[in-house]
Ligand binder design. Sequence first.
Ligand SMILES: C[S@@+](CC[C@H](N)C(=O)[O-])C[C@H]1O[C@@H](n2cnc3c(N)ncnc32)[C@H](O)[C@@H]1O
Length: 277
Amino acid sequence: MMLRAMIARGKSALDHGRIPNAARDARLLAAHVCNIDQSRVTLHEMDEVAEAAITRFDGAITQRLNHRPVSRIIGARQFWGRMFQITDDVLDPRGDTETLIAEALKYPAKRILDLGTGSGILGITLAAEQVAAFVVVTDISKAALVVAKTNAKRHHVEDRIEFIQSDWFDSLHGKFDLIISNPPYIGENELEGLEPDVIDYDPMIALTPGGDGLAPYRIIAGQAQNHLSKNGRVIAEIGHLQGNNVRKLFLQAGFAGVQILQDLDGKDRAIVAKHPV
Ligand SMILES: C[S@@+](CC[C@H](N)C(=O)[O-])C[C@H]1O[C@@H](n2cnc3c(N)ncnc32)[C@H](O)[C@@H]1O
């Protein structure tokens, strides 16, 4: 079968299964099983596909019909221009989280702490973009730290990263110029509204802290000052309706220059707060 026909068959199956963006997903999965770059699929459309690759493609389409995200099927996700390994133990990184990197890079920092690193996208990206930086990345999940280490090696920054298993600040010492975090923040009562691509595949510990979803911000606002150097800053992702509540927590804790940042869709996406010098 030619690549073009295989993609058409996959698209048709995904369309029948009411999977959005069927054509795009079928092309991405075809590129993956044929081991060709996504941008070169058109060039290879008339190529014959080996039986083994067709079998892998059909398997991938079946997974997608079960709402498994393409990034999880191919085991990788691009973030700030770099590819990161994704496994079932980590959150599938979201494009909106790049809002935190754009803000962090405005003020280069020497010592950086990434709380709840998951696949490592925040800490590793900052280490790669700021060659003078030393980064501590933490997670309560040992399995997530294994993925983060693999990604740090992939991007040649493992020598400037320390990996610590910790429940937020519990096992941490020292001060940092920047504390960055994308904590779990979905409230318990919002879980049932999530798409199957999310609720069935992202680890629950990465999605929700339970309750109103604000517990990690209470901890970060309450304890970050003990770990921030003078002029240090916190940048944390927030849910788009949490801006007012999270701002209050940081103001009550005495932070200065508290600001809510919007993502490219204009939705509240992150909080920035400065050490009250
Ligand atoms: C929303 S995910 C973010 C992962 C990654 N930073 C990203 O943006 O893709 C939240 C992460 O926080 C971790 N986490 C959850 N509870 C934690 C805790 N009590 N202490 C430290 N990390 C925790 C989860 O394991 C998960 O990796």
